[in-house]
Design a protein around this ligand. Structure first.
Ligand SMILES: [Zn+2]
Length: 355
């Protein structure tokens, strides 16, 4: 049959022609006979197949090649496809690593539950509720621009992207579109392995969900900086007990760059920037105190000409000016653009774009 369905012989009656050519009459399907022998759906499918104008003999055909001839190569691909389908539908290593990851992080059970739900796409976001038949506006309550899927509510919404970017995880989301939260996490799993990293991840996810609910149910819009600060505080409370163990851990393992708190009475400003394909700049900054608490955070997108150093300079400038406007003094600036750091240390004017 056209869709690859095979009719079991038992389903075909006794007094039925056994060859396809028996169903053809002078170059046309014998409609009467077909309707007599097959169900209406089958008859319809059969009669959709164009009949050859040449009176050809019946022959066996292999449906996995265009010309109907069997080849070992095509059989190999059929087998390969069948196996990969089987693997996808049964056990899969990545999700099991993710489950483990969710359940073993230093986060409260409510956060782990949300992580599990997000991975299974069962968070009650509006898109999911509408899909289940609830009469509800499926669009995102925060931005109103797209259907509220798990990925939109937790990651892609323009109200949410800065949370990931301005958090210590520095995740730039939005440039690559993942079909599901699971797909995104599987991708992150390739690059981010530490337990601490994932604790922050799940804690931020929880904060994003609470922020969304505060807006939906109480019309309260929490500041992004507050969401990040609370998420970080939760993680540090949970990690406090194991802190000693983390410090005493074998240092021979892969060194990981850890953000260091500034001295008492000073504030650290971390700025960063990204250049987008159209040349515009994404800039962000976060200011934290000696305990690591977020005081102010900002992110913005501005026009530009695709120069990464200029973008970095703009990010640093805007972050510093916001920190100063917020009344913070004794600032330490930290960024990952060595060229700009050198330039700033020289403290002299040069004829460059970042002058
Ligand atoms: Zn949105």
């Amino acid at each position: 049959m056209p869709n690859g369905r095979t009719l079991p012989r038992e389903e075909i009656g006794e007094n039925v022609p056994r060859k396809v050519s028996d169903l053809i009459d002078n170059g046309y399907w014998n409609r009467e006979m077909i309707h007599e022998c097959f169900s209406p759906w089958e008859a319809e499918q059969i009669m959709k197949i164009p009949v050859s104008k040449y009176a050809l003999e019946d022959r066996w055909a292999w449906k996995h090649t265009k010309n109907g001839d069997f080849t070992v190569r095509s059989a190999y691909f059929v087998e390969l496809k069948a196996r990969s389908n089987q693997e996808a539908s049964t056990s899969n290593d990545k999700p099991s690593v993710l489950w483990q990851n969710v359940w073993t992080t230093n986060t409260p059970p409510k956060m782990r539950n949300l992580g599990w739900k997000a991975l299974h796409d069962v968070v009650p976001v509006r898109g999911n509720l509408a899909r289940r038949g609830m009469e509800i506006d499926a669009y995102c309550p925060l931005c109103g621009e797209e259907v509220e899927t798990v990925m939109h509510a937790m990651v892609y919404c323009r109200e949410v992207q800065p949370v990931w970017y301005l958090s210590p995880l520095r995740l730039e989301v939005g440039s690559t579109k993942y079909a599901s939260f699971m797909d995104w996490c599987c991708e992150l799993l390739k690059i981010k392995g530490s337990k601490e990293w994932w604790s922050i991840f799940w804690s931020l996810l929880w904060g994003i969900w609470l922020r969304r609910n505060a807006w939906v149910f109480k019309r309260r819009k929490l500041e992004i900086a507050v969401v990040i600060r609370r998420a970080m505080n939760t993680v540090s409370e949970f990690e406090f007990a194991s802190e000693r163990r983390v410090i005493e851990r074998d240092n021979s393992s892969k060194p990981e760059q850890v953000w260091q708190t500034p001295g008492c009475g000073t504030y650290k400003v971390n700025s960063d920037a990204a250049c987008f394909e159209d040349g515009s700049y994404g800039i962000g900054g976060i200011m934290r105190d000696h305990e690591g608490d977020v005081m102010v955070a900002m992110c913005d997108r501005t026009q530009g000409n695709g120069d990464p150093e200029v973008a970095e300079a703009l990010a640093a400038r805007q972050a510093l000016s916001i920190a100063i406007d917020a009344g913070l003094r004794n600032l330490v600036l930290e960024m990952d653009c060595i060229k700009l750091v050198r330039h700033l240390k020289q403290q002299k004017m040069e004829r460059t774009l970042i002058e």
